[in-house]
Design a binder for this molecule. Structure first.
Ligand SMILES: NC(=O)c1ccc[n+]([C@@H]2O[C@H](COP(=O)([O-])OP(=O)(O)OC[C@H]3O[C@@H](n4cnc5c(N)ncnc54)[C@H](O)[C@@H]3O)[C@@H](O)[C@H]2O)c1
Length: 76
């Protein structure tokens, strides 16, 4: 299987490492499935991804209209 065939990645754990990894994959155009043991950990992970995207917008590394696209690329 070619690496180019990979379109979706699953990240287990939405903590410090997991939400960072999910962020990078979503920013790179992959669909991301984020999993954790409790909903509140997922919510916190998604909140962190949103904040980190906001930081990129503030630094002009990301356009605001693309923020929702990347967030929508992460499903729980
Ligand atoms: N944070 C770092 O800088 C760093 C660096 C190198 C390696 N690591 C390693 O990476 C791993 C994660 O670290 P972290 O800092 O993100 O921890 P964290 O505590 O921030 O996040 C871990 C998350 O994994 C979830 N989890 C636990 N068991 C799970 C399961 N069975 N299925 C799905 N989710 C599950 C927890 O609920 C938690 O939300 C650890 O093994 C850590 O040693 C972390």
């Amino acid at each position: 299987m070619s690496i180019d065939a990979i379109k979706t990645v699953a990240v287990l754990g939405a903590g410090t490492m997991g939400n960072g990894i999910a962020h990078v994959f979503a920013r790179s155009g992959y669909k991301v499935i984020l999993r954790d043991v409790e909903r509140r950990f997922l919510d916190r992970g998604m909140e962190m991804i949103g904040k980190n995207l906001d930081r990129e917008i503030k630094r002009r590394r990301l356009r605001r209209r693309r923020r929702e696209l990347f967030l929508a690329g992460c499903s729980l």
